[in-house]
Design a protein around this ligand. Structure first.
Ligand SMILES: [Zn+2]
Length: 191
């Protein structure tokens, strides 16, 4: 497929998947492998979101005895919208820029060992850190019933105090009915 140029830099591999052939890369500084990712993600999730697929194109470039791996990676995730509790999906962009070397620096670079380099553990790590902690189905999600339960509850202490002084219930924020049972619970930590 590709024509190796054994006596010059910029030999380029095209890789589909996570595993890069390290030997030809390290032969010359500047040698590159273009790694195309379009892979399902297995059990890559936080409590808020689960990754369904990882896509992107990163380049592994030889720097004498180390490799720099950089490029955009998209994590296609699904989760539950924090406002309306419906399914939410999205794509998070991660700009990968990591170094692999024989003697890695703890917490800063990754280990380069053997003839094959599997990028998957690193990709999983950076993708996991990029997932939304509180997903939204859309930026302007108004919640399940915006008229009755505004997604943005004002928290102006002055107006809240005034409402209390009136003794009226009109201005009181209405809770989500699914949590109504919680209203019946009383705590006596004020006694
Ligand atoms: Zn929503």
């Amino acid at each position: 497929m590709d024509t190796p140029s054994e006596f010059g830099g910029s030999r380029q591999q095209i890789v589909d998947g996570f595993v890069v052939d390290v030997v030809p890369l390290l032969r010359w500084p500047g040698n590159q492998a273009e790694v195309r990712l379009d892979e399902p993600a297995h059990q890559l999730a936080t409590s808020a979101a689960e990754v369904m697929r990882v896509q992107g194109t990163v380049v592994a470039e030889s720097m004498s005895d180390s490799l720099r791996v950089s490029g955009p990676v998209y994590a296609l995730w699904r989760g539950q919208c924090r406002r309306c509790l419906e399914d939410a999906t999205g794509a998070t962009l991660v700009e990968v820029d990591e170094i692999y070397e024989r003697n890695p620096v703890e917490g800063e670079t990754y280990r380069l060992a053997g003839e094959k380099l599997d990028l998957e553990p690193m990709i999983r790590e950076v993708v996991l850190l990029s997932l939304p902690l509180a997903p939204l189905c859309s930026d302007d999600c108004a919640g399940p019933a915006p008229d009755r339960f505004p997604a943005t509850v004002e928290s102006d202490p002055a107006s809240a105090g005034a409402a209390d002084a009136d003794g009226g219930d009109d201005a009181k924020p209405v809770g989500d009915p699914r949590w109504a049972a919680l209203d019946a619970i009383t705590f006596d930590d004020n006694s």
